[in-house]
Design a protein around this ligand. Structure first.
Ligand code: PEP
Length: 234
């Protein structure tokens, strides 16, 4: 089944706005796995009010308890309705200095705790895909074959993310080329992320190795996100 993730990042600012956004999203007739990643402060209320979506956390800590001020554990997230987590997003890697080692610790913990995971990998600059394979291998270190069913990997070139300077979406052909190569290393469901909109979603989803999308900016507009879900259902 195709997967469409909506990463709301640090938006919106209040619970009523978050509820309005969730309410404005229409699920298509045909099944599309739809996972929303709101700010964690709103997760519990949203998951209670809109159980038709799957809910996930944008970040978490890999240990369950202890002296880790400010952190949120996987059991805590489970207790407020999250069944999914994101890890390896470039915001975390770049702005919060998370290394492949940190990402792999988080990934293993989430899979061990029975969460479904979207792991993000992507090169910083256009044309610098050389380091991707190693980053993928390091980020997925220690993951067992039987855990792959709960692992979705998002190829998300950082230069294509809408908030990057001069961002533009990758070409579907280039994304397909990269994903089909990386899929040989980790054979699981692969999706694409980076400036996906209702105008380009069909082209990405028509590629044989691309089974969904992670959506940032366009996930903050109910109508636009609903259109992407509709396209994914076809
Ligand atoms: C993201 O940051 O995960 C993302 C996909 O962003 P956007 O769709 O805005 O490029």
């Amino acid at each position: 089944m195709r997967l469409i993730g909506g990463n709301w990042k640090l938006n919106p600012s209040t619970l009523p706005e978050a509820e309005l956004l969730a309410e404005s999203i229409r699920l298509p007739q045909e099944e599309v796995e739809t996972v929303l990643f709101p700010p964690v402060a709103f997760l519990e209320e949203l998951a209670k009010k809109s159980p038709k979506f799957r809910w996930g956390a944008q970040d978490f800590f890999h240990k369950d308890t202890g002296a880790f001020t400010g952190e949120i554990s996987l059991p805590m997230l489970r207790s407020i309705g999250a069944a999914w987590v994101l890890t390896g997003h470039s915001d975390r890697r770049i702005k919060f200095s998370e290394s492949d080692k940190t990402v792999s610790e988080k990934l293993r913990a989430a899979l061990r705790e029975n969460f479904s995971v979207i792991l993000c990998v992507g090169e910083l600059e256009r044309g610098s895909e050389g380091a991707l394979e190693e980053s993928l291998k390091q980020s997925t270190k220690g993951v067992h074959h039987d855990e792959l069913a709960r692992l979705t990997i998002c190829y998300e070139p950082v230069w294509a993310i809408s908030t990057s300077p001069n961002a533009e979406a990758d070409s579907p052909e280039h994304a397909e080329e990269i994903i089909s190569r990386l899929k040989e290393i980790i054979p699981t469901r692969w999706i694409y992320g980076g400036s996906v909109t209702s105008a380009n979603a069909a082209a990405f989803l028509s590629m044989p190795s691309i089974e969904g999308a992670l959506v940032g900016g366009a996930a903050l507009k109910g109508e636009e996100f609903s259109k992407i879900l509709e396209i994914a259902s076809q």
